[in-house]
Design a protein around this ligand. Structure first.
Ligand code: PGA
Length: 252
């Protein structure tokens, strides 16, 4: 499996946090640090702050940080879809990645496989790299059913109609998100192997990067990044603290 970057990819998922003041101040600190001012660092911000963050980054001629959206419309480039943001609009403001299928979207917004596949289509068609998230619930792991559930979740990629040339696949066990509970490195490795097998069979020509996400912090990042076939990390809570995030990035 080909990894998309030589360095590990680190994606900060701010979720529904932050404001313009924090963005200005954090970007200033990130750009000044070689660990965070790098092409392998991506900030996933709320929609409303994306052009703002992009403009802020542009103020520094040396800035290399990329930005991601946390969601995208499943609908076409433009149309009567009140409240929606299309992939074409994201592209227009310089977004390079988009998170699709995060468990919080599945849980709170009832996103179906069909919806997620459409979002993947839209992102890919508009030249935005999707960060596709999948992961099992606690019960599935306890009942030792997780591998079949995860394999089933990956099947969603077969619903994507456009050719997948580049994709980030993030393994995010639902029970680990925001809980401080992290699977063992061998548990993560087992899932990375599952992804690797899937990709070899069904997406042999695509450029795939795998990530682990769920309670990543500066204390566990080193072990997580050392897992074979893992290309990086999706960091939620810990990405909101500048010094913590800088330390995480320093291992990438
Ligand atoms: P967490 O969130 O790092 O706060 O667990 C990760 C995520 O949901 O992407």
């Amino acid at each position: 499996m080909e990894q998309s970057v030589a360095k590990k990819l680190i994606v900060a998922n701010w979720k529904m946090h932050g404001n313009s003041e924090k963005i200005i101040s954090d970007i200033q600190k990130y750009v000044a640090d070689s660990a965070t001012n790098a092409e392998n660092i991506v900030l996933a911000l709320p929609f409303i702050y994306l052009p703002f963050a992009k403009a802020e980054l542009k103020k520094y001629s040396t800035s290399k940080i990329k930005i991601a959206a946390q969601d995208v419309s499943k609908f076409l480039c433009s149309g009567p879809y009140t409240g929606e943001i299309s992939a074409e609009m994201l592209k227009d403001v310089g977004v390079e990645y988009v998170i699709i299928g995060h468990s919080e979207r599945r849980m709170f917004f009832h996103e179906t496989n069909h919806t997620m596949a459409k979002k993947l289509d839209m992102a890919i068609e508009n030249g935005i790299t999707p960060i596709f998230c999948f992961g099992e619930e606690k019960l599935a792991r306890e009942k030792r059913k997780y591998l079949e559930i995860l394999a089933e979740q990956l099947q969603l990629l077969h619903l994507v109609e456009v050719t997948i040339q580049e994709l980030v696949i993030a393994y995010e066990p639902v029970w680990s998100i925001g809980s401080g509970e992290v699977p063992t490195t061998s548990d993560i490795h087992e899932v990375m192997e599952l992804v690797h097998g899937f990709v070899q069979n069904y997406l042999p020509h695509a450029k795939i990067t795998t990530l682990y996400g769920g309670s990543v912090n500066s204390a566990n990042i080193k072990d997580i990044l050392s897992i074979n076939n893992n290309g990086g990390a999706l960091v939620g809570g810990a990405s909101l603290d500048v010094s913590e995030f800088k330390e995480i990035c320093s291992y990438a």
